[in-house]
Design a protein around this ligand. Sequence first.
Ligand code: CMP
Length: 139
Amino acid sequence: MTGNITFTMIKPSAFEAGYTGNILALIEQGGYKIKAMKKICLSKAEAGLFYEMHFGKPFYEELTSFMSSGPIVAAVLEKENAVEAFRKFIGATDPSKAEKGTIRNLYGKNLGENAVHGSDSDESAEREATFFFSLIERS
Ligand code: CMP
């Protein structure tokens, strides 16, 4: 059985460009319920911990520097089959390959600065939601 929760972040470049409102509007119009949300600045160490599964990969340093370069908006979203649905909804990781009209197609700049993060499994969604929010903040 698939879960109904996913986790997203609006990344620093999209936040800085003033796309937060538009992105949240698309998410809500897409049928996702915002269960928890916050604007926060990650330290490089915190970004490194969040993306620890990518430790050692060639893009890890660039990814953690970028994700700690400015504010992000983190949110827990609810919808049926949320993880798979949201990944399709935001488009391919590389914005140049993202389907037209998806969030990454509309607001992503490149592979690193791809506007939003989306969990890749139910297990990741739970880990990522717990990374940012307490149970009471998600209720
Ligand atoms: P995200 O969904 O946040 O999960 C991991 C991120 O790493 C991914 O989006 C991309 O922004 C980034 N990423 C993945 N592959 C590369 C790469 N080859 N070069 C730079 N960044 C990458």
